[in-house]
Design a protein around this ligand. Sequence first.
Ligand SMILES: Cc1ncc(COP(=O)(O)O)c(C=O)c1O
Length: 418
Amino acid sequence: MATATKIRMLERGMDQGVAQAGASQATATSGAPSDWAGIEAERGPGLYVPRGITLTRGEGAYVWDAEGRRYLDCTAAYGVASLGHCHPAVVAAIRRQAATLIACSGSFGNDQRAQLYAEMAEILPPGLTRLFFCNSGAEANEAALKFARLTTGRHGVVAAMRGFHGRTAGALAATWEPKYREPFEPLLPGFKYIPYNDEAALEAAVTDEVGAVILEVIQGEGGVRPGAVEFLQTAQRLCRERGALLIADEVQSGFGRTGTFFACEGVGLQPDILTMAKGIASGFPMGAVALGERVIQLSPGQHGTTFGGAPLACAAARATLRVLKQERIPAQVARHSALFFERLRALPSPRIREARGRGFMIGIELTEPAAPYIAAAQARGLLVLNAGVNVIRLLPPLILAEDDIAFAVAALSEALNP
Ligand SMILES: Cc1ncc(COP(=O)(O)O)c(C=O)c1O
């Protein structure tokens, strides 16, 4: 069947679904045809490994597929659905703001953006006083690298092996994994990669040509590897002594995921620039760059973005932040994470080498490739991610409850002991 015909059938099915939903509160899958996966395969870019299910609805820590099967979502859409899916406070804020003002460019003031600046100032690590809002993690890092270059006038950047900072040209140059980077070279010149947690290598790499050191506080994509306190503190000291700026990439670790608002707090780090995205607006696309006093005062035109800091995104971020604060969710993550790790470390499986991470950034390193076990967990109603070849990664919603943890551990136990 031609794709156009399929899409017309789909639209008719969805119309019927909407009508039924109004009458009987049916789920969003009502009346949907079953060939979405085929259309995605035919018309999508081919850039993502298909997981074999089509997700159509989410609520809290759970998502449902087109066949109505329920899954505990320990991916949170790559750590994005921080308050879980469709948190009522976020839904209400988006609804309200969508009916008030959706778009407003950076030159005009906006009530939502102004209030978000002020509210974020209360939770950011000390010394970070200004903010630039954008739309994704890569964009945040791209901007951070530009601001560091503007400030120092130096082209050199030190990044870490196994580090991941995004896929736009500048952020990709900072990303170590050769298979992501090498097909697109030449990228920006001047990038050096040192082994993560190697203080001596850092000491040697930060020369007077280096304008920025960019590091994840906990490496996510590279295998869920926490940064050693001494290593991160050395990075901060060297940057101060040698005139470079320290960029902490908290795109994955930020906004409560590690049991504090930012992972920097857990290790006493005061970066010059902190980048964030993912969970900031509980699923609504947003990124942000927080700037310290060592960054020069920026002038109009030096950087910018059409969509960044739009009222709708700011309203979703404000609602997320309000719930995180009022319900003390980072502290809850710390408590629940301790329970999670205790149970994971007690799992009997000859395949598990180590369970590591912080808060709800959890990596389970296996002695063999993780893919078959990730599929086995999915078949048991648990969605998890990989981080490299051998690591199962869990980035659950921050609201994960004790019962959910028990379910996740039981499903993993079965998956890992077929
Ligand atoms: C640490 C880190 N930095 C940057 C990025 C890129 O973010 P985005 O995919 O929103 O561009 C990611 C994405 O996984 C990340 O984990």
